[in-house]
Design a protein around this ligand. Structure first.
Ligand SMILES: *[C@@H]1O[C@H](CO)[C@@H](O)[C@H](O)[C@H]1NC(C)=O
Ligand SMILES: *[C@@H]1O[C@H](CO)[C@@H](O)[C@H](O)[C@H]1NC(C)=O
Ligand SMILES: *[C@@H]1O[C@H](CO)[C@@H](O)[C@H](O)[C@H]1NC(C)=O
Ligand SMILES: *[C@@H]1O[C@H](CO)[C@@H](O)[C@H](O)[C@H]1NC(C)=O
Ligand SMILES: *[C@@H]1O[C@H](CO)[C@@H](O)[C@H](O)[C@H]1NC(C)=O
Ligand SMILES: *[C@@H]1O[C@H](CO)[C@@H](O)[C@H](O)[C@H]1NC(C)=O
Length: 440
């Protein structure tokens, strides 16, 4: 009785392992195959437009997979824990996919117990796709690079990218972000963070939250409607480049970055630059004590609504250089008055819109040519001058005409033969005078 019971357990176990090895893997999906390098390669067709990646059961990803490469699908879904036990995995690549869904912990990968730089990491790239959702904690662990390009990202949940280790680059290029929730990138260290091109409706507070960027922080060519306070809560970059962006509203303290090097804010177009927009930049104490204060360079930007308070910066360990700031406001002497303090510190690199000519001119040049009590009232003086000249001319003409008349009168006085003047006699007098001239 007892023995037969054991026997049944052995049979059951054996059958189960047999079943596991016999159940098909994703390699047997119609759209997919596995190559000799044990990469899972899926290219969808009209008949097989979807792929679901799962950690176990039928059509699971085989534990030997070194890469997952998916192309041209209408829908790709990563179920939770898909890659957790794929120790050989190095590469996940998606191209031309209409709907990508990455569920919670789907790409959570930490196969090594020790944190060692020599341990290999994952490369995740998504190109020309629409990402319906990257769920909370979807991407975690030992990741080398994340590259998302030419894609539309509909929903990015809080902690979508979190607890990553050993990350080299996060590169988000030419994407359209629709709905980013707070703390999408949370608490990890990365060498380079790059957000380039594309458009973003709203960058919420703590988009990057407690992210240490050890080398380069770059935001370039991005169109942003609204960039909130504390959007970038970042420490340690050696270089901060914010270039060629078009930002509608940049809130105070939008960039809360402790740098270990210079900051360049160049060639950006900002409609509303709020008070203290640059106030969140500070410099690492260690760096400043060795290398001295670092420079915040503001170069060749065009800004419509701002006040000098928008350029306020933290003077501890940071210096400001304004090397080109176009105020998209009509030049006026009051404007110069408002910017006088900044001009005194920064010289002639601030320009305003010169409406008469239709280009930007240096504010001090404008002041020199158009402001001051006399210059400001120039046209009034001109007008008064013209009126004075006209009056003088009128008076002169009046006197000349009168003198001419008097001359004529003198002639007339000679003519009337001592008779007393009467109005009725006037015409006769004139006739006589004419007769006299014809006689001559
Ligand atoms: C991509 O998928 C579409 C249908 O979804 C199909 O018509 C087309 O042939 C596929 N292209 C390639 C290169 O596989
Ligand atoms: C991008 O993906 C769409 C469909 O997902 C495809 O029609 C198009 O050819 C792809 N473009 C490139 C450059 O691969
Ligand atoms: C300046 O920014 C604009 C976009 O706002 C871009 O088209 C242009 O190429 C940039 N110029 C330089 C020199 O970076
Ligand atoms: C300065 O900014 C203007 C307007 O954005 C751009 O067209 C020009 O290329 C920029 N020049 C430099 C040297 O960045
Ligand atoms: C300015 O920066 C210093 C050093 O980073 C910091 O201690 C201080 O709190 C900052 N000042 C303000 C007003 O934020
Ligand atoms: C300058 O301001 C005008 C309106 O005030 C606006 O239409 C124009 O787009 C602005 N130019 C730039 C480069 O921001």
């Amino acid at each position: 009785m007892r023995w037969s019971k054991w026997w049944w357990v052995v049979v059951a176990l054996h059958a189960r392992s047999l079943a596991q090895s016999n159940t098909p893997t994703v390699c047997e999906e119609e759209a997919c195959r596995c190559d000799p390098f044990t990469r899972v390669i899926c290219t969808c067709t009209q008949d097989y437009p979807e792929v679901t990646l799962r950690p176990d059961g039928a059509y699971r990803v085989p534990s030997t997979a070194t890469g997952i490469i998916i192309d041209n699908c209408s829908r790709v879904t990563f179920l939770p824990d898909t890659v957790r036990s794929l120790i050989q995995l190095r590469n996940i690549e998606l191209r031309n996919v209409d709907h990508v869904v990455i569920n919670e912990r789907a790409l959570s990968w930490s196969p090594f117990s020790t944190l060692n730089e020599m341990n290999p990491g994952l490369r995740i790239s998504i190109t020309n796709s629409t990402i319906d959702e990257i769920a909370s904690h979807a991407i975690q662990g030992r990741v080398n690079d994340v590259v998302i390009s030419n894609s539309r990202i509909k929903v990015l949940k809080p902690f979508a990218f979190s607890s990553l280790t050993g990350v080299n680059t996060i590169d988000l290029q030419d994407n359209v972000f629709e709905n980013i929730e707070i703390q999408a990138f949370k608490k990890f260290t990365v060498d380079n963070f790059m957000l380039r091109g594309g458009s973003i409706n709203t960058l919420p507070s703590r988009f990057l939250s407690d992210v240490e960027v050890t080398n380069l922080f770059r935001m370039e060519g991005v169109s942003v409607k609204y960039l909130y306070s504390l959007t970038f809560l970042v420490s340690s970059p050696k270089r901060v480049l914010i270039e060629s962006n078009t930002i509608e509203t940049l809130e105070g303290d939008g960039f809360h970055i402790v740098t270990r090097g210079p900051i360049t804010f160049r060639n950006n177009t900002v409609t509303n630059l709020r008070k203290g927009a640059f106030f969140g930049f500070t410099v690492d104490l260690g760096i400043a004590s060795v290398m001295g204060p670092q420079e915040l360079l503001i170069d060749n930007n065009t800004i419509t609504n701002l006040t000098p308070a928008s350029l306020m910066y933290n003077r501890t360990r940071l210096t400001l250089r304004v090397d080109g700031l176009n105020l998209n406001t009509s030049c006026a002497c009051e404007l110069a008055e408002q910017w006088r303090e900044v001009l005194k510190e920064q010289g002639g690199t601030i320009t305003c819109w010169y409406e008469l000519e239709g280009y930007y001119i240096s504010l001090p040049t404008y002041v020199d040519s158009r402001c001051g009590p006399f210059k400001q009232n120039f046209w009034i003086f001109v007008l008064i001058g013209v009126i004075l000249v006209l009056i003088l001319a009128a008076i002169a003409i009046f006197f000349i005409v009168r003198r001419e008349n008097e001359k004529k009168k003198k002639v007339q006085i000679v003519m009337p033969d001592g008779k007393t003047y009467r109005e009725t006699e006037f015409h006769i007098v004139v006739e006589r005078a004419e007769l006299l001239t014809t006689d001559l």
